[in-house]
Design a protein around this ligand. Sequence first.
Ligand code: BDR
Ligand code: CA
Length: 328
Amino acid sequence: MKRKVILDCDPGIDDSLAIMLALSSSEIEVIGITVVAGNAPVEMGYQNAKKVLKHMGRLDIPVYIGEEKPLIKDFVNALDTHGSDGLGESFLPQVIDQPLLKSAVDFFRESLHEQSVSVIALGPLTNLAKLIETDVSAFAKIEQLVSMGGSYKAHGNCSPVAEYNYWEDPEAAHIVFQQMKKLHKKIHMVGLDVTRKIVLTPTLLEYIKRLDEKQGEFISKITKFYFDFHWHWEHIIGCVINDPLAVAYFLKPDLCQGFEAYTDIETQGIARGQSIVDAYDFYKEEKNVYILTSVEVKEFFYFFLERILHLKREELSYLEEIFKGETA
Ligand code: BDR
Ligand code: CA
């Protein structure tokens, strides 16, 4: 039976690539996409999710609008990173429709009480924190929770110590991490230690285009701005695509390695949004998180390309050339 999944996201360039990967994976059924304020304001994120669904021919998948701002802090979008339309200034045509009236949190609540569902969270954790506040028993039913966010040893991307998703709504992240501890469960934290290694380079993009013009052109359009951003701010030629790794890890956990630890999110001051990973068990708290620390980069790209291009591994042999001399 297919595992059922809700993608909670803030599309977002890399969120869009993650949606594409999830929809190209036949062992899961994406029962809905929930949008949260993050990279883009929530209405824009909703439109972007629709644009990606249209590109994938999957407008049948329901999209629910979620929280429009963090629990306590002011909303700070990341349009400087994702472009003024949140999708790399691709300015794809709007998808005209009537947004569903049910909120993201209501959709979570109903689905989780009805069936076994996992959640892959690719944005700030505001929707999930609201679910905890309003119906903790529904939250408790999440089969597996994977969250792209935080960092262990890697430096932050919003401050020296904080990753964007947890920095944006640290109170929400704190609530979710603490609730997982209370439930004796573990959140799978796909943080910058591993996602920063997933760099879509011009060579990889060119290869994608040569294998599949339509998919390649779409990815090119939405990532061009992101390439420029990375050159300007990170001095790399290419762009870090964080979110697809969370989906890939959910589908193929052996792509990554990690360890269990008690982890909490700092909400205040200079360390706002930092994920504090108690790797040496100072606090003697129950381990509530599985922290990813390493990833097989080449294997990720085999997996990603196999799925989104519907190709077999043997048909992707040029990846060996691209990754020649590189170690994971
Ligand atoms: C995360 O923040 C967003 O910009 C990306 O979509 C990703 O989810 C990386 O810090
Ligand atoms: Ca995201």
